[in-house]
Design a protein around this ligand. Structure first.
Ligand code: AMP
Ligand code: ZN
Length: 475
């Protein structure tokens, strides 16, 4: 199948033409969430952009099979196998069992994905369902001489590899090591500093909740092994594209490649797609810092989750993105203006196939150029300005929304009903007041938030907090 898709590949550090192993088909893998807490909107930036990647590949005609794991065991608070057990920490925090915590936050993650129109991957597999597969892979790694037993645990021996730092050009090991904590205790069982645990039996957590029998004693798997096994279970020995946030590059993806290629004896995955972080003013957003921003918090503050998706799509996935409520307000206002313009497009005339194909191609080209979502949105604005029938415009909007997933036509329809007769000045006033109220709620100044609601009411404007954000109507 011919395609024009070019993607930045972290493995080669170049933008490359995307050519899957099997013509017309794509095997895609995404590192899933560690379900010990809500996903924060930074995590969800990664999942939104990976969703756009998947939908772009489908848009150009590929049959995509996408797999994601759910980490419900084995992830310690440092990605380098040290620190506390994340799932145990979640269970203790909420006085629940690890499995209750896993079920609760898997459901919460599903709901977040639904609110953000992120397609649920074709296969989603919790790590605890695949213990036999992990044990088998570890046995083979020991047999082949890539793993050793020490102090009761099984470790991967990174000195057996020709090149361990596959994502680095050799001079920038330091760069890869950034973000890996060095204030953690050294594990004396390791022969080399980068060796990592495949199976733990000697755990420092006496009340480790989940344990399984294994040839090396009762214990539990390390974190990295799950992605190698779960992907091979569903996608086989060859994968086209593997995704995650940039913090996954090292050590997680580096270790995934080490163990997968040692196990298989050949190259495993050709393209590596990494989404840069969402930061707030204090730096990278992370669950362990506490005080995390979630989809529910955005909703409580009156924001539409899809306005957050729009905010993410406005910037490129390979640039860090700084979150602030002011920036989200701007995105919300731009999103509402876009919906208003769409609401004005009436279904008139016939679809002009030439114009449809021309603009569809422009949209596809923007996305094919390393998933340039902001240029793709510009093509949408160009359609709205273009001289073509309403029917062509609406057909293009529906087509683009297969990838953008912003519910454009539906939202515009209800938006149009509410606002059609209101002049621009009043609209701007109402929107500013809604934003001011959101800010007040964010600061927990509920008296001020109520006062703003009453002020709007006195002008005949009724506002409503809905699952989709704040809506308003003139009485
Ligand atoms: P976790 O649940 O911690 O395993 O992370 C889930 C996904 O979110 C991974 O792909 C991470 O790389 C990604 N991620 C973590 N923090 C951020 C952030 N601040 N911005 C964007 N993606 C992130
Ligand atoms: Zn992974």
């Amino acid at each position: 199948m011919e395609n024009n898709v070019k993607i930045y590949n972290t493995l080669t550090r170049k933008i490359e033409q995307f050519i899957p192993n099997e013509d017309g088909k794509v095997a895609m893998y995404t590192c899933g969430p560690t379900v010990y807490h809500f996903a924060h909107i930074g995590n969800l930036r990664s999942y939104i952009m990976e969703d756009v990647l998947e939908k772009t590949l489908r848009f150009v005609g590929y049959d995509v099979k996408r797999v994601m794991n759910i980490t419900d065991v084995g992830h310690l608070s440092s990605d380098g196998d040290t620190g506390e057990d994340k799932m145990l920490k979640g269970a203790q925090r909420e006085h629940k069992t690890v499995m209750e915590i896993a079920a609760q936050y898997t459901e919460a993650f599903k709901a977040d994905c639904a609110a953000l129109n992120i397609k649920w991957p074709d296969y989603v597999e919790p790590a605890t369902h695949c213990i036999d597969e992990f044990i088998h892979m570890i046995e083979v790694l020991i047999e082949k001489g890539y793993a050793y037993l020490a102090g009761g645990n099984v470790y991967f021996d990174t000195s057996k590899l020709e090149k361990y730092y596959v994502f680095s050009s050799g001079v920038d090991e330091e760069e890869l090591m950034q973000g890996v904590r060095d204030d953690v205790s050294v594990d004396d069982n390791k022969k080399n500093k980068n060796d990592f645990v495949l199976w733990f039996t000697k755990s420092k957590f006496e009340d480790q909740a989940l344990k399984w029998d294994s040839p090396w004693g009762v214990g539990y798997p390390g974190w990295h092994i799950e992605c190698s096994c779960i992907s091979m279970k569903h996608l086989g020995e060859y994968m086209d594209i593997h995704c995650g946030g940039v913090d996954n590059i090292f050590p997680h993806h580096t270790n995934e490649i080490a163990q997968s290629e040692s196990y298989l004896g050949h190259k495993w995955c050709n393209y590596w797609f990494h989404v840069h972080h969402l930061n707030d003013r204090s730096g990278k957003m992370s669950k362990s810092k506490g005080n995390i921003l979630t989809v529910s918090v955005l909703k409580e503050n009156g924001y539409d989750p899809l306005a957050y998706r729009f905010f993410c799509l406005q910037s490129h996935y390979r640039k860090p993105l700084e979150f602030s409520y002011e920036a989200l307000d701007q995105a919300t206002s731009a999103f509402n203006k876009l919906l208003k313009k769409i609401a004005e497009v009436k279904e008139e005339g016939a679809v002009d196939n030439n114009a449809f194909n021309e603009y569809r191609k422009k949209f596809e080209d923007a996305l094919s150029n390393d998933i340039n979502t902001s240029n793709a949105i510009t093509v949408l604005y160009d359609v709205l300005k273009a001289d073509m029938t309403g029917a062509t415009k609406r057909a293009l909007i529906a087509e683009f929304d297969k990838v953008l997933s912003l519910d454009l036509l539906n939202k515009a329809a209800s938006f149009g009903e509410d606002t059609a007769e209101v002049d621009d000045e009043l609209k701007a006033f109402i929107e500013a007041k809604i934003a001011e109220r959101a800010e007040a709620k964010k600061n927990k100044d509920f008296a001020k938030a109520d006062a703003i609601r009453d002020e709007l009411l006195s002008k005949g404007v009724v506002i409503k907090d809905t699952r989709e954000g704040v809506t308003w109507q003139i009485q």
